[in-house]
Design a protein around this ligand. Sequence first.
Ligand code: NDP
Length: 407
Amino acid sequence: MPRTRSHTLPAPVRSSPPTALDIGKVENDHVVFENWRGAADLPQQDPPAFTPPDQRTGFAIMGLGRLALGEILPAFAETLHSKPTALISGHPDKARAVAKQYGIPDHAIYDYSSIRRIADNPEIDAVYIVTPNGLHPEHLAAVVATGKPVLCEKPMSNTLEDAILMDTLCREAGVKLMIAYRCQYEKYNRAVIDLTQGGQLGKPRLIEATNTQMQGPADQWRMKPGMAGGGSLPDIGLYCLNGARNVIGEDPEEVFAWTFSPTGDSRYTDIDETTAFMLRFPSGAIANCATSYGAHESKDMRVRLENGWISLENAFAYQGQRLFVARRDGDHESVSEWRIDAGNQFALEIDHFADCIRNNREPRTPGSEGIRDQILMTALYESARTGRPVRTDTALRARGLTPKTVS
Ligand code: NDP
């Protein structure tokens, strides 16, 4: 017979019935709570309103490289409305290992020659193209033939002609297209856009944006012009270009660039190592940008306005953003740091596209956004080649795009 021990039970507390503040309430199938914090502190966010797993937008990830495995697939754990449901890869051993980690069944692994078969998989609602730049056009064309919406990594393509072709293909097939400009979904970058365009600090006059990193060995697609479309400019300088345009809210009407590549370094025989460029906007604002594969990593942006400045450290990094805002405060200058609950920018970007698919909305960064940047990068390379400023408003109009201006 097992021996039983007698326990002394804790004395019952003098319970009080829960209040509405304690238990919250259900609104539109989601639980929400009233703010329990004092007015001096930020209110706690409501619990996230997830889409149930079986109703989430399913993504096939194409190209299992560093970005897909290091950032995109892990970010699905932080999405609210999306899930990875398939993989497209040239390497079945790698694809099987990744599929196992993410609970993706073997029948949802495809290779580049069997992309057309994704048309028959109802679990795939969209395809995220994460292959080298030069392959984006042919990979996009293969997906468009299946009718599935496309989220395509930046830069959209290597050439303006390819970007236009990709956009046209999608339009003619009625396929939704978004270019993955993740910084436009990142909350610190959005705060800089809102603060600049909100007018509280007056008109923006100057913007500085830098994106540099040290590049490694030659034997990688980023060093091959056919695959990369250029050097640091299309790869990381693009963040400065796209960031400056979106912070100012305009397209530049004139651009100027200098490129530099070290002599004797075979990596930079055919692509640019360093590019410094200026953008002149219709409102008079001027952006000074720099990008390089030969300078220690830095990814910062600063906006100088009539009544203050805004500085975003690590503006174009995956994380680590720090936002400072300076302005006069009575009889002294004040520099404040903004802390924002920013979340995962890839998750926000992916969920944005899921929302666009579900609700048939135009993405914030459609194909035309990629085309605009391609027009501007073409002009920047022309300027570097000729040593002269290049007008870009006419080039935009020639491609049927009205230059964006602030009224
Ligand atoms: P990687 O070199 O790390 O991976 C690319 C993957 O593409 C490969 O692993 C391979 O996957 C597939 N691939 C298919 N054909 C080729 C080929 N001929 N040569 C090389 N790879 C091939 O590149 P990244 O992941 O860094 O970049 C991929 C894309 O994402 C690019 O367009 C890049 O500009 C963009 N990017 C965007 C970033 C952002 O922050 N938004 C950051 C980094 C990159 P598999 O074996 O599965 O076929």
